[in-house]
Design a protein around this ligand. Structure first.
Ligand code: COA
Length: 181
């Protein structure tokens, strides 16, 4: 179901039927974006394998889809291993950045994580990734730096008896995307 729409794009969860759209989005990231997203060198072969695995297990993928139906931004929520935080990851294509898409995807991922009662989220990138730090800081991340990596941890309040179903996010003002499209 679409979570936010306007004339220029929609945010919704992807399913296996959308796997090609998600893979092509990841393949369009440039070398720097790939390094920041995957925290290392990521060639086409790696990305194809990685994208195929995203829909094979418990990972949830959310995307910003433009007016032509092309995925321009994506967020992943990985189910946590025992005692570990749930890992999250984001990618927005360069010409679509700094127009609020990463923030909207972050909100959707946090909603989904609360609904699943995951108490903590973890985001990892290269230590110099200012955009990731700015994005995650908005959502309360605390950072540690080690061996060229930055790790952000975000605690979620899942203590309430009832967790609201994943909330429908308010529509994004169209003008926020105008510069990017
Ligand atoms: C990190 C990333 C997802 C951010 O996406 P985005 O759509 O540009 O994010 P937003 O537009 O919502 O910006 C979020 C905040 O970060 C700030 N920001 C974004 N890029 C920035 C940059 N390069 N330097 C400093 N601040 C930046 C924005 O100003 C905004 O803050 P504000 O709301 O207070 O104004 C995007 O840069 C990206 O895909 N990078 C490559 C992959 C990556 O690094 N992924 C994260 C690790 S998994």
């Amino acid at each position: 179901m679409a979570r936010a729409t306007n004339a220029l794009g929609t945010i919704r969860e992807l399913s296996g039927r959308d796997a090609d759209l998600h893979r092509e989005h990841l393949l369009r990231l440039d070398a720097e974006g790939r390094r920041e997203r995957f925290n290392g060198v990521a060639g086409d072969h790696f990305i194809r394998d990685y994208a195929a695995r995203c829909f094979a297990g418990r990972t949830r993928v959310f995307a910003f889809i433009d007016a032509e139906g092309i995925v321009r931004g994506a967020a992943e929520l990985h189910a946590p291993a025992q005692g570990e935080p749930a890992d999250i990851a984001f990618s927005v294509e360069p010409t679509f950045r700094q127009s609020g898409i990463g923030s909207r995807l972050f909100e959707v991922v946090m909603s989904a994580a609360r609904y699943s009662r995951y108490p903590e989220l973890r985001i990892t990138s290269t230590a110099g990734n200012r955009a990731m730090r700015a994005l995650a800081r908005k959502f309360g991340a605390r950072f540690t730096f080690e061996a060229g990596e930055v790790v952000g941890l975000i605690g979620l309040d899942v203590s309430h008896g009832k967790v609201a179903a994943t909330r429908r996010a308010p529509a994004l003002p169209a003008e926020r995307y105008a510069a990017a499209v």
